[in-house]
Ligand binder design. Structure first.
Ligand code: GDP
Length: 449
């Protein structure tokens, strides 16, 4: 499925190659692919609609860098917006959780059965203990599943936090209040309350957790949701968000093959920040949620942003415009200009390095060529031009057999290669004559893929 998305985006980049800018028409075409791609990544429809509208708005105002094709530029906008919508603005790890000025800070865990609540309590206890040096107490208010209380006791012991025992015959609110009282008396900084889940949304469960919330007034109410739920995550998230003032979301089982679409859907429906990601069954498998990385995961691609930045710093717009001006005013495109163009490509880190930033299928779809080889060729061409005299570069027609032999020897290549390079240059010169300025930028773009 992820491959599908990558292929769709590659197709978008490919079909938009040769177009000079993002227009209403080509953007709409591309966004149709992005929309399908997101639906395939399990993002819920309302979230997709909202997202596409945002991207459209951003894309129309986007200035497309000369170094990028409009397709690449649009994929860049999609990636940035995706990260932004998943909470790209969330602060550093320390601000992930609030701590009470009057300890203990109570954290209430909510979510369906099997979402990963109990495991996450263990992980959070470890995180708070080790990273924030907090004294942590855990308690289970799950009086329905006989094994639940024991399971929490086990994970709590594993991370070396304190555990408040409860009995299946106690009432959940009484258990929570007793644990809170105990935490106060024993100077715990944090009390984490695990709650009962159900297999599906259930009115009794919602009423119970709402009552717990009212009784203990938690500073954090975290909704734990399984990333593998995909589309179904949205209904669950809505039900919990309606019943409780959630403060954040924990997305679990991201180490599986979930496509991550749930992240966007859940964030969209609740408007609450995704604070943590569960990335392993083990108790150290908890990470601060990284919107950037999740955007890449949903898009199934390499670091396209790095590519955009590279292009930004590498391309000498002034030089490109100078050349365009020269051609336009009837100037001749000579080997010096040819060399300058090759230099531009090298400045951008070379074709191979640019393409390295994209995943394999993307590279092949976008270029169909072996870019490592292209870089080597560029270097050889430069070598040959460097072996020429100033006069030869300005007037390539001077280069006959004897000169060719000298140039080949100087660059350490065969004469045939000099011939091939000159033929390529001829082609380029003919193209330049036809283009006359206006098409110049367009051609440079298409050269860069
Ligand atoms: P609860 O019913 O919500 O308390 O869910 P549990 O904590 O019992 O977790 C249900 C199952 O999911 C257990 O087998 C956990 O080991 C597993 N699990 C929880 N979080 C993660 C995670 O981030 N990654 C993986 N791979 N498994 C997880």
């Amino acid at each position: 499925m992820l491959d599908n998305l990558t292929q769709r985006l590659a197709k978008v980049v490919k079909t938009m190659r040769g177009e000079a800018r993002l227009t209403e028409t080509n953007t709409a075409e591309m966004l149709r692919e992005v929309r399908l791609a997101l639906l395939e990544a399990d993002v819920a429809l309302p979230a997709v609609r909202d997202f596409i509208a945002k991207v459209k708005q951003k894309a129309m105002g986007e200035e497309v860098l000369a170094a990028l094709s409009p397709g690449q530029a649009l994929v860049g906008v999609v990636q940035r917006e995706l990260a932004a919508m998943m909470g790209g603005d969330l602060g550093p790890e320390a601000s992930l959780l609030s701590f009470a000025t009057q300890p203990p800070a109570v954290i209430l865990m909510a979510g369906l059965q099997g979402a990963g609540k109990t495991t996450t309590v263990g992980k959070l206890a470890k995180f708070l203990k080790e990273k924030h040096k907090k004294k942590v107490l855990t308690v289970s208010a799950d009086v329905y599943r006989p094994a639940a209380i024991g399971q929490l006791q086990t994970v709590t012991a594993q991370v070396g936090a304190d555990f408040f025992p409860s009995l299946p015959t106690d009432k959940p609110v009484d258990i929570a209040l007793a644990a809170l009282d105990f935490a106060k008396r024993h100077y715990h900084d944090v009390l984490i309350i695990d709650t009962a889940g159900r297999l599906g949304i259930d009115a009794d469960m919602m009423a119970e957790i709402a009552a717990l919330h009212a009784a203990v007034k938690p500073i954090e109410t975290l909704f734990v949701v399984d990333a593998m739920l995909g589309q179904d995550a949205i209904n669950t998230a809505k039900a919990f968000n309606d019943a409780l003032p959630l403060t954040g979301i924990v997305l679990t089982k991201l180490d599986g093959d979930a496509r991550g679409g749930a992240a966007l859907s859940v964030r969209h429906i609740t408007g609450k920040p995704i604070k943590f990601a569960g990335v392993a069954e083990k108790l150290d498998g908890l990470e601060a949620f990284d919107p950037q990385r999740m955007a890449n995961r949903i898009l199934g691609m390499g670091d396209i942003l790095a590519l955009v930045e590279e292009a930004q710093k590498g391309v000498d717009m002034a030089a490109a415009q100078d050349m365009a001006q020269k051609i336009k005013s009837g100037g001749r495109f000579d080997l010096n200009d040819f060399k300058a163009q090759l230099g531009q490509m090298k400045k951008m880190g070379g074709m191979a390095s640019m393409m390295d930033k994209l995943p394999a299928q993307f590279q092949q779809a976008a270029t169909g060529a072996n870019m490592g080889n292209a870089d080597k060729q560029v270097r050889r061409m430069e070598g040959m031009i460097n072996s020429m005299t100033k006069q030869e570069r300005a007037k390539p027609e001077l280069i006959k057999a004897t000169r060719k032999r000298r140039i080949a020897a100087g660059a350490g290549v065969q004469v045939q290669e000099v011939n091939r390079m000159l033929a390529q240059f001829d082609q380029m010169q003919t193209m330049m004559k036809k283009l006359k300025g206006g098409g110049m930028m367009k051609m440079m773009r298409s050269m860069k893929g």
